[in-house]
Design a protein around this ligand. Sequence first.
Ligand code: ASP
Length: 314
Amino acid sequence: MPPVIITTWKFGLAAAHTGWELLAQGAHALDAIEKAANVTELDPEVTSVGYGGLPNREGVVELDAAIMDGATHAAGAVAALTGIKTPISVARLVMERTPHTMLAGDNAKRFALANGFVEEDLLTPQSLARWEAYRRAQSASGPDVAHFDDLPETHDTIGLCALDRYGDLAAGCTTSGLAWKWPGRVGDSPIIGSGLYVDNAVGAAAATGHGDEMMRACISFRAVTLMEQGLTPQQACIEALRYLMRKRPPERCGLYGAAIIALRRDGVFGAAATCSGFHAPNRLWQWAVASEQGVQLLEGVYVTPDTVLPALSS
Ligand code: ASP
C-alpha cells in the first residue's frame, strides 16, 4: 500500500513532510501521526498549537489533543492540559497505559508528569505580548467583550490522517483551541468522532474550525460514515459540512468556519471547508498532502449550504 499523510493548514506542511519520511521508512501510521504532530506542537511560530499557542483569557495555555489507531480502534485524548509541550504524546499514553480514553486538566498533567513528561512554560514572548494586548483592550472596553475573536492565528488545529504501507490508518488532532477562551473550555479536537475519527475498514477524518459549533455535529464520524456508505472522501467532506450548516446555520455560527480532511483506506483523500470563515486572503483553507508524489499544499474545496455534491468519480 503506498503510504500517504494529510494535514490541515499550511502550517501542517512541515508535519506532513516528517510524517511522510517516517511512513516511507516503514513506520506505522500511529507513530507517523504522533511524530508529525509533535513537529507542529514544538514550533513556537504556530500560535494555535502546543508551545507558543495563545492562552486562555487568564493567560494560561490550555491544550487539547487526541490520537486514534485504526488498527485497534483504540483512542486516547487529553483536554485542558497545561505545561506540557507535546499533548498528543500524552494522549497516546492515555490510550496505551490507562483503561480510559480521555484525561483532563490538572489530573492529565499529573498523569503526564508521572510518565516522564517535563513541565515547561508554554508561553513565548510573542504569545505573552498578544495576551497582554488582549487584556489591555478588554479593560479599555469593559469586562464583557467577546472572549473569542476571529483574527488570524487565534485558533486552528493541526488535524492529521495517515495510511501506512501495511494498510493501517490513524488520525490525530492537537490545538491550543480558541485564544482567550474561558478557562476549562474544551473544543472539538480531543473528542473522538468530532475532531477526529478512524475506522480501519473505511477511512479516517479530522477537523478544524469553530469547535463549539462543530462538536455538536460530530462531523469526523459523519465523514467516515458517509465514506462507508459509498461517498468518495471529497464528497464525504462536503456532505459532512452541509450537515453542519443545516444543523448550525450562519446565524448560529457567525463567520466562524469549519473544515475537514478525509483519507480512505485505499489512499484516496479529500478536504473541504465552509465558505464562511475562510473568505479572507489570510484565512484561506489550505491543507497538506505528502505521498510518493511529493509534499503539496492544496486549497479548498469551499462549501455553502447550496453546494451540489460532485459526481461520484473514484
Ligand atoms: N477546533 C479548534 C477548537 O475549537 C480550533 C480550530 O481548529 O480552529 O478548539
